[in-house]
Design a protein around this ligand. Structure first.
Ligand code: GL2
Length: 818
């Protein structure tokens, strides 16, 4: 225990006085929050820890660097208090000082530096690395505005800047000393010096990369504090162009500053324009170049030669966004450290590993050669040379397979294929669920699989069960710990010890009580925010995730429209009252998905105000879905909607978070749902719809006619017609959706799966009415959820890819002294 209550109170009051010059009771909640964070940082000696990267030995421990454009870390204070084992002490100590800890927690901004599953996955992985004692550092961008804040106005999504840094962010530490220069544009001069070709990058535009470090504190592992390093782009010199300013050209005068700062303004700037694409590439090069320079600097402090680099450093690239690590590491080795191509290449490939997170073609990044050449001229030369050598080697090995070379080359048709660069330049390529990895091997990257079968492996995703169960669901955590002890917090597989309770009526009743209370909490939130009353004893049927055609929120709302039609026709229909809850953001330029939000909110408005329904159905769209809201939603769910078109969702991670909180999955056999089903058994999950191979066959051979589905099922025809027949208002709002289903032949098989989805939903609704059977299945889901912890996933990465040791026997925070 790092503090007892009285020593905490004393330290807190002293810290507050030191910072504010007054007693805590005179301060604002923000000031009290900040003082608490500063105190914790000092107590944990966090600034030194991050700086030395925990490594005081002369011989460097192997470090894992996790490069990702997204880190959705959410709020840290409450979670870190749990990880340090001091939440109760702090809560009671503050209470005695007249301060409510919840008020301080509410002051913290939810750091939303990510978009969806991929961004939260990186945060969960840093969490598990810290817990398991792996020296693992995150590397990303410190976006000034994160993604965006979503508001729903007149039923439409409106994006507002998420100004999360408007107050200070007290967890971060600016490390000006570690600032580096990243070079853009300019040209490369080649000169032969002592018979060796030497490259000089000249007339470049320098951009300062300033690091900000956020500590990563794992549960109980007080001796290992890892670091998330986020880079901010700043101008290098006096930013004001005096001449232009005095000539009255004010925008030119500040143009350089604006152009530079734009790099770390927002995540995923619109890329439909040339300028937008350039900006995205600049972001990618910016954080890879800056991150690698830190790695090299630190490595050189401890080592005299680069020959052991891959034994001391593992660089993981999360999706293709950081794939420029490959040419940039080559550039550093060759141009700055004087290594030859072959040696540099061997070290680079042995150091870098790559995760693919999607099979959607639009997400497989390609950069026009012209943009790469003008923004990163030296990097472009290196990519060209990697491509040339790759083609040459393949030609040598498979002279007869010209097609194979063409399909796998990095540069083709004036574009640079980043996934190809990542596969060729790394030693490991993994998918994120068994089915996804299989699809990579047999479809998306099949040519590479024939060339490098040994690189391919699966690492099914995992989520932090401490964040999404221990912290998010304190009542359930207490019930679990009272029954099976606390081991499950450190060893998630111990949740299996709950399985004998599946026939214990008293336990199942307690489990149902916990769920009910969590539903009340969410119902209160909905009432406060939206002024809509929902019944906590109704079924909470929830779909929260990014809004995307392949995730098929459309299928869900068509089901609701159908149910509404039937209920109005037959008010005595035997359906248990249900609250349908949606949440999720749409990429700003994605009009189709925006119209799906509008459809949901239109139906919500209609259903929620229909007195004839007597409250049997409610539809809620929760705005601005983020980590904090997620932590309130998962514990309150009865049904977890995981209904993507089979084959399209690489893994999903929401499915795991719902499961750990005892919700039943209603889903397709897609992504990790396949493994969830195997874990819980058919009787504890509800599966429907086309299988992945059926979908892939349709894509390949055709044969699907959405029109026939529409014509042959009157209930379905009716809801599809309602999109355009004026039932939902006079505007033409949903014509695009209608056309996607019929004229464009329903790319995501919404109509095809409609019948089995609605039938299965109805069975689930009946099942819910058998309270004990339902609760027992919920408990199986919790008990089998341990395997989907990010601890399991990170151990697999550590064993198979990074080759780093980790601690298996980790004491709880209470058992350690500080
Ligand atoms: C995603 C996948 O869509 C999702 O299925 C997967 O669970 C996560 C994490 O592996 O990665 N890919 C992607 O680009 N985003 C995802 O969430 N944004």
């Amino acid at each position: 225990m790092i503090w007892l209550k009285d020593s905490f109170k004393k330290a807190y009051v002293e810290k507050f006085i030191e910072i504010q010059g007054s007693m805590p009771n005179t301060g604002t909640s923000w000031e009290k929050y900040r003082a608490l964070v500063v105190l914790i940082k000092e107590k944990m000696k966090i600034s030194q820890a991050a700086e030395s990267m925990n490594d005081s030995s002369p011989d460097q421990e192997k470090q894992v660097y996790y490069f990702s454009l997204e880190f959705l870390i959410g709020k840290l204070l409450s979670y870190y208090l749990i990880n340090l084992g001091i939440k109760d002490v702090v809560q009671e100590g503050l209470e005695e000082l007249g301060i409510d800890l919840e008020d301080l927690i509410a002051e913290e901004n939810d750091a939303a530096l990510g978009n969806g599953g991929l961004g939260r996955l990186s945060a969960c992985y840093l969490d598990s690395m810290a817990f398991l004692g792996i020296p693992g550092q995150g590397n990303g961008i410190r976006y000034k505005y994160g993604l965006f804040q979503q508001k729903i106005v007149n039923g439409f999504q409106v994006e507002l800047p998420d100004n999360w840094l408007k107050n200070e962010y007290p967890w971060e530490m600016r490390k000006s000393d570690n600032t580096v220069v990243v070079k853009f544009k300019g040209h490369v001069r080649t000169e032969s010096i002592k018979g060796k070709l030497t490259f000089f990058h000249e007339d470049y535009e320098p951009v300062l990369a300033v690091p900000y470090d956020i500590p990563m504190l794992g549960y109980g592992n007080l001796n290992r504090i890892n670091n998330l390093r986020l880079w901010s782009a700043e101008p290098i010199k006096d930013d004001l162009d005096w001449v232009s300013f005095n000539q009255g050209d004010y925008s030119k005068a500040v143009a350089y500053r604006s152009e530079v700062e734009a790099i770390s303004y927002i995540l995923y700037p619109e890329d439909s324009s040339h300028a937008g694409r350039e900006l995205r590439l600049r972001q990618e090069y910016f954080f890879t170049a800056a991150g690698l320079s830190t790695i090299i600097r630190y490595f050189k402090k401890k080592n005299n030669s680069f020959s052991g680099f891959a034994r001391k450093v593992a660089i993981h690239i999360n999706d293709t966004h950081p794939a420029l690590c490959v040419p940039e590491l080559m550039r550093i080795f060759m141009d700055e450290e004087d290594l030859g191509w072959d040696e540099a290449w061997n070290i680079t490939v042995n150091t870098i590993s790559f995760t693919n997170h999607t099979i959607l073609p639009e997400a497989l990044e390609k950069w026009p050669v012209e943009i790469m050449k003008s923004q990163c001229p030296r990097i472009y030369m290196i990519i060209e040379e990697i491509d040339r050598r790759y083609r040459e080697e393949m030609h040598h090995m498979h002279p007869e397979k010209r097609d194979l070379i063409e399909h796998t080359a990095i540069i083709r048709d004036g574009q640079i294929h980043m996934a190809h660069l990542a596969v060729i330049g790394s030693n490991s390529v993994n998918g994120v669920a068994e089915l996804h990895t299989k699809i990579l091997k047999t479809q998306v990257l099949k040519d590479f699989y024939t060339i490098y079968p040994y690189k391919f492996n699966n690492k099914t995703n995992g989520v932090s069960h401490r964040r999404f169960l221990l912290e998010a669901n304190p009542d359930l955590s207490r019930l679990i710990s009272e029954s099976i002890g606390e081991d499950w917090i450190r060893q998630s597989e111990s949740l299996e010890k709950l399985l004998p309770y599946t026939s214990d009526t008293a336990f199942l009743e307690k489990l149902a009580d916990v769920k009910y209370h969590n539903k009340c909490r969410l119902a209160n939130y909905i009432n406060d925010k939206m002024n809509i009353q929902v019944d906590p004893s109704s079924i909470f049927d929830i779909q929260v995730k990014r809004i995307h055609a392949y995730k098929r929120q459309l299928l869900n709302i068509l089901k609701i429209m159908d149910l509404y039609n039937r209920w109005r026709e037959d008010p005595s229909m035997d359906i248990y009252p249900t609250t349908f809850i949606f949440g999720g953001k749409v990429a700003p330029g994605y009009q189709y998905a925006k119209s799906i939000i509008k459809l949901i909110t239109t139906m919500a408005q209609r259903i929620n105000t229909d007195p004839a329904l007597g409250g049997k159905m409610k539809v809620i769209f929760l705005e601005n879905f983020n980590v904090s809201l997620a932590e309130m939603i998962y514990p309150a769910a009865d049904i977890s909607e995981q209904i993507s078109t089979a084959s399209q969702e690489a893994s999903g991670t929401g499915n795991m978070k719902f499961m750990l909180n005892g919700a039943i999955t209603l889903g397709t056999l897609d992504g990790a749902n396949v493994e969830i089903r195997r874990a819980v058994g058919d009787e504890n999950i509800a599966i429907f719809g086309l299988k992945a191979n059926e979908v892939m066959n349709y894509y390949q051979w055709g044969g699907y006619k959405s029109w026939e589905e529409y014509q042959n099922f009157p209930r379905l025809k009716r809801v599809v017609d309602q999109l355009v027949d004026g039932s939902l208002g006079s505007s033409n709002e949903f014509a695009g959706i209608y056309e996607s289903l019929l004229r464009d032949n329903d790319q995501y098989f919404v109509l095809k799966d409609f019948r089995s989805y609605t039938d299965t939903w109805q069975k689930v609704n009946l099942w819910y009415q058998h309270k004990l059977s339902w609760a027992s299945s919920c408990l199986v889901n919790i008990g089998k959820g341990g395997v989907f912890s990010s601890d399991r996933a990170i151990k697999e990465y550590a064993d198979d890819i990074w080759h780093v040791p980790y601690q298996n026997e980790i004491p709880g925070p209470q058992e350690q002294s500080g």
